[in-house]
Design a protein around this ligand. Structure first.
Ligand SMILES: [Zn+2]
Length: 206
C-alpha cells in the first residue's frame, strides 16, 4: 500500500528585534512558520492551506508575544521543496520523452544511412498475431541494401536475440533504401542496433 497523507513542516524562521518581550523586557523574538503539505511516500507533493506560526523570546523562551504573527504568517513563501513529488514526476516524464525522442531520431538517421552491421528488429503484425525477427545489413550497393535473415522467428515482441539465434549466411535479401524507409514509417522496423558489443549475439553468422 502506498503511504499518503499530510504533514507539517517548518518552512521559515524569522528573527525580530523590534518587539520588547513582555516577560523579560529584551528585544529578540523568533517566529517559526509551519506549513501543511500533502505527501506520497513521505515525499512532499504540494502545500495545503493550513499554516501556523509560533513565536518565542530568544532569551526567556516566553511564547505569549504573538504581535507580528499575522505578518510573518503571510510573509513566508511556500518553498519549492514542498512540490518535490510533482517536480520528480514531471522531471521523470520529461526525461522519458527526451530520451524517446532521441531514440526515434537516431533510428531515423540510421535507416536513412545504413552501414554494414546494422541490425533491424522487424515486427510483423497480422490480425491477432505479432511475430518478430532480426535482419542484418551485410552489404550495400548504390541504392540496394543486402540483408541477412535471422534464423529464428519470435512470437510477440523481442528486446534481444536468443542464444540459439544467429544470422543465416548466404541467404541474402535485397531491399531498396526507400523500402527500408517505408518499413520504418509503417513500424515494421521496430529497432535499429549499431555499435553493439563485441560479444553481442548480433555478430554471429553461420
Ligand atoms: Zn523574554
Amino acid at each position: 500500500m502506498i503511504r499518503i497523507g499530510t504533514g507539517m513542516m517548518r518552512i521559515k524562521k524569522y528573527h525580530d528585534y523590534g518587539i520588547i518581550c513582555e516577560n523579560c523586557g529584551r528585544n529578540h523574538q523568533i517566529f517559526y512558520v509551519y506549513q501543511q503539505y500533502f505527501h506520497i511516500l513521505f515525499i512532499p507533493f504540494f502545500p495545503l492551506f493550513m499554516r501556523t506560526v509560533r513565536c518565542q523570546c530568544a532569551y526567556c523562551n516566553d511564547t505569549l508575544n504573538l504581535k507580528k504573527k499575522e505578518e510573518y504568517l503571510s510573509k513566508a513563501k511556500k518553498p519549492f521543496y514542498l512540490y518535490s513529488g510533482i517536480i520528480i514526476v514531471v522531471g521523470f516524464i520529461a526525461s522519458v520523452i527526451v530520451v524517446n525522442t532521441n531514440i526515434q531520431k537516431q533510428k531515423r538517421e540510421f535507416v536513412r544511412n545504413p552501414v554494414v552491421g546494422d541490425v533491424y528488429g522487424i515486427v510483423r503484425r497480422e490480425k491477432d498475431t505479432i511475430t518478430s525477427y532480426y535482419l542484418k545489413v551485410t552489404g550495400l550497393e548504390s541504392d540496394t541494401v543486402n540483408l541477412l535473415h535471422g534464423a529464428l522467428q519470435y512470437n510477440g515482441y523481442v528486446s534481444s536475440m536468443m542464444d540459439t539465434d544467429y544470422f543465416v549466411k548466404g541467404d541474402v535479401l535485397k531491399v531498396s533504401k526507400s523500402d527500408l524507409q517505408s518499413y520504418l514509417d509503417s513500424g515494421i522496423i521496430n529497432s535499429v542496433d549499431r555499435n553493439y558489443d563485441s560479444y553481442s549475439r548480433f555478430r554471429v553468422e553461420k
